[in-house]
Design a protein around this ligand. Structure first.
Ligand code: OGA
Ligand code: ZN
Ligand code: ZN
Length: 393
């Protein structure tokens, strides 16, 4: 078969295994690998993934071919391994495709490969009072100048969910430089950078001196900001200590200790509001969410932003039992990590997982000023993937 011009992917698919045998019917190509693994590939799946110059746009490396344009009768006519042990396919309509063996191995959908993919996907490291030793600290200078350290930090934000950066200069807006090491900012009505200080005419309880119980920020939005930065510029007051709670650790404990209450929280939406003279944000969502595989994916909660619960009459008693249990667990010392922020400290955490809290402080006892920004989880994950690509990690 003659050569097929392929459009390269951004990623490199490497595997130690090689294709041992190829067999095919009209509908399916079966590969046996050098380690004995068997991988079937459906005709439409393969044709859909043809990355030849006719099926892909070279400039964007994106697909132009639409699988609906393949004939219903599409069949594998001929197969062959080329000099690089890539698979060449001649289709019944005359189209020719080439697939690198590494690409075929890594993207295969046989049971073994699917299980590998699931187990390689990052999973959260849970923490609490007894496991506060997993919480990492990074140095501002290293994160700003060293891409390897940047990657380690971002992976920690992704997997542990709570990180501390120390030695951050206390000039206002310094946190923007750190956030830009990831990507652009998620702006909100509270500003590109929000200033946490006790203010006259506050538009949030955060901007007073009261106790803020454990919460995620902006549960009032369909998409809560994924990553939150809180940078301490001044903290001279009595009180105002910070508390962090791993929402996934509570969800995990509820799964063991109170599954019926957990189910209430995952199944019943609750409304959150934030409103002032110019804005009126509202969103309803469950307190705890799972992803398609059943893993905990999100916590949404701020007591000071809740609206009245709208749920069926027979559910309300159970829902309040569950809500009160969640709140009491978020007060339980076993789930809490308490720190007093010092100037130059910057906490960066997964706002869709980690609840943060602040003890009341005495505004007459001194100044207190924190700055915050948000960055979405998508930006974090994209940056991690590109750093891994560039650093060969
Ligand atoms: C907030 C907040 C924490 C603090 O502004 O949402 O949680 O320590 N602030 O003031
Ligand atoms: Zn093609
Ligand atoms: Zn907050």
């Amino acid at each position: 078969m003659s050569a097929v011009e392929q459009i390269a992917d951004w990623r490199i698919f490497q595997t130690a295994e090689t294709i041992a045998t190829v067999s095919s019917t009209a509908d399916t190509i079966h590969l046996t690998w050098s380690d004995g693994r068997q991988s079937p590939y459906d005709r439409f799946w393969l044709r859909d993934n043809c990355s030849c110059a006719a099926c892909y746009l070279a400039s964007t490396r994106e697909q132009t071919f639409e699988i609906v344009d393949a004939p219903d009768t599409l069949a594998v006519q001929e197969t062959e391994l080329d000099a690089e042990k890539a698979l060449l396919v001649l289709w019944s309509d005359g189209h020719r495709s080439r697939y690198d063996s590494g690409w075929l191995r890594i993207n295969a959908y046989d049971d073994a490969r699917r299980a590998e993919r699931r187990s390689a996907s990052p999973s959260p490291v849970l923490w609490g009072a007894a496991r506060a030793d997993v919480l990492p600290t990074f140095a501002y200078d290293s994160v700003m100048s060293d891409d390897g350290e940047l990657l380690r930090w971002l992976v920690a934000v992704r997997d542990i969910g709570l990180t501390l950066i120390q030695g951050v200069p206390t000039e206002p807006k310094t946190l923007l430089g750190v956030a830009h090491r990831i990507s652009h900012i998620r702006e909100t009505n509270f500003g590109t950078v929000f200033n946490v200080a006790s203010k006259p005419n506050p538009d949030s309880s955060a901007y007073t001196a009261v106790n803020l119980p454990p919460h995620t920020d902006l549960p009032t939005r369909e998409l809560q900001p994924g990553v939150q930065f809180l940078h301490c510029l001044v903290n001279e007051t009595t009180g105002g200590e910070s508390i962090f709670v791993d929402g996934f650790a509570i969800a995990d404990a509820m799964a063991q200790e109170a599954p019926a209450e957990l189910a209430m929280l995952t199944d019943t939406p609750m409304e959150f509001w934030n409103r002032d003279s110019r804005t009126d944000y509202r969103w309803s969502g469950p307190l705890i969410s799972r992803d398609g595989e059943g893993h905990f994916s999100e916590v949404r909660f701020a007591n000071f932003l809740r609206g009245p619960i709208d749920a069926p009459t027979d559910i309300m008693p159970g829902l309040y039992r569950a809500l009160r249990l969640f709140q009491s667990m978020s007060r339980d010392a076993r789930f809490r990590v308490e720190r007093k922020l010092a100037p130059g400290d910057m906490w960066v955490f997964d706002n869709r997982r980690v609840l943060h809290a602040r003890r009341a402080f005495d505004p007459m006892s001194g100044n207190r000023h924190l700055q915050g920004v948000y960055v979405d989880r998508d930006e974090l994950r994209s940056r991690i993937r590109v750093l891994e690509r560039e650093l060969g990690a």
